[in-house]
Design a protein around this ligand. Sequence first.
Ligand code: AMP
Length: 282
Amino acid sequence: MKIIKTPQAMQKIADSIHRQGKTIGFVPTMGYLHQGHLDLVKIARRKSDIVVVSIFVNPTQFGPKEDLNKYPRDFNRDEKLLAKEKVDYIFYPTVKSMYPKNYATSIDLPSLTNVLCGKSRPAHFQGVATIVAKLFNIVKPDLAVFGQKDGQQAVIIKQMVQDLNFPIKIIVAPTTREKDGLAMSSRNIYLTPEQREQAVVLYHALQHAKKMIKDGEKNIHKIIALMEELIESIPDAKIDYIQIVDADTLQPIQQISGKILIALAVKFGHCRLIDNMIVKIR
Ligand code: AMP
């Protein structure tokens, strides 16, 4: 496994892999890896000749009051975990090499970036779309694997790939959960032991909503009200949003049918957790 630190070196390697007729599978991450990340890597490993994982805490997707500086980092641990998964290259660039002084470009998909998490995290998804586009041009993957855990991000990336004609297959992998159902996240370490126990309420609320829908409930407000009630019964939990939207367009729906996304963001102290579930109704 090799560690590549500059975009130029990574592009040369990608070109040479393609010249040998081999495919590149890519998993972009911000590091501090957990089993959720490793499950994406396993998919890339199964489906491609060469696997590249990027580790880059992208400053442009953090708001001024967000946790950029204290975002957890442990490269040595990540390196060991990725070696075990037989990753071929870690792309581990510096901020300076990704955003030199005269950097000027940003990508936006307003109808998708300004809803759900985009409302309380302005500019976040422009940062995400832009860094992923840059990473795609640097790593030149044939396929890239993202997690359903960040459902809005997955929709945005799929749309961007289609709109900008990136010749890349996007795979969205299921959310990896802790035994009790909490979605794995690098940010879970911010939770106190009590909050960690309580945070499973997000999964329970989503499951509850899914069951209501499967049992024939059609009233969106009623479903959301019940989810709110469940989550608000936890004193430390502060709801940012709970929404039921079209799973492809992320726009609000009038009635429960087709492929829908139940998405939520809830704060426990300073820690903002997100989770979602897709439900398909005929
Ligand atoms: P991050 O390091 O948080 O930027 O995440 C990197 C990638 O891992 C993204 O595609 C995430 O959606 C994905 N990911 C994070 N947590 C999980 C999880 N619990 N299950 C599946 N994928 C995940």
